[in-house]
Design a binder for this molecule. Structure first.
Ligand code: 2BA
Length: 108
């Protein structure tokens, strides 16, 4: 059965994820997106795959998505005072991935 991988990737890693997936023959769509919390640009990849390709796609995404720490400023809208006046460090990078069933896939 076909699946749709929805992968949200930090913009610093997006180019490498894009290049590596394409080089391995995956069909991808990259959408420019924005994280609701940090309000930074990130990239959302839509990748239609057969079941047996999922593991490889996830491996490629994981390899090129590096976790790192980032300081959140106190005036960030999403902060809401939760982190106090000095802000806080949050973990960014890595990838947030959803895998959903595809009911139908057509191309005209
Ligand atoms: P952002 O919403 O900008 O979140 C960036 C990072 O800030 C998150 O990294 C997390 O470490 C932290 N963070 C987010 N919301 C928080 C909160 N309410 N309180 C404290 N810290 C918070 P990740 O978890 O790796 O997420 C990276 C990006 O993936 C997110 O960017 C968002 O665009 C997306 N994302 C993550 N989980 C999602 C979900 N359940 N649904 C939709 N998008 C999601």
């Amino acid at each position: 059965m076909m699946k749709l991988i929805i992968a949200i990737v930090n913009n610093d890693d997006a180019h490498f994820v894009n290049t590596a997936l394409t080089a391995e023959g995956f069909n991808i769509t990259k959408i420019s997106s924005t994280g609701g919390f940090l309000m930074n640009g990130n990239s959302t990849f839509l990748i239609g795959v057969e079941d047996e390709q999922i593991d490889r796609a996830l491996e490629v995404i994981k390899t090129h998505s590096k976790k790192r720490e980032m300081n959140v400023p106190m005036n960030l809208p999403g902060n809401n005072g939760v982190f106090g006046a000095s802000g806080a460090s949050v973990s960014v990078g890595g990838a947030t991935v959803f895998i959903v069933d595809v009911e139908k896939y057509v191309r005209f």
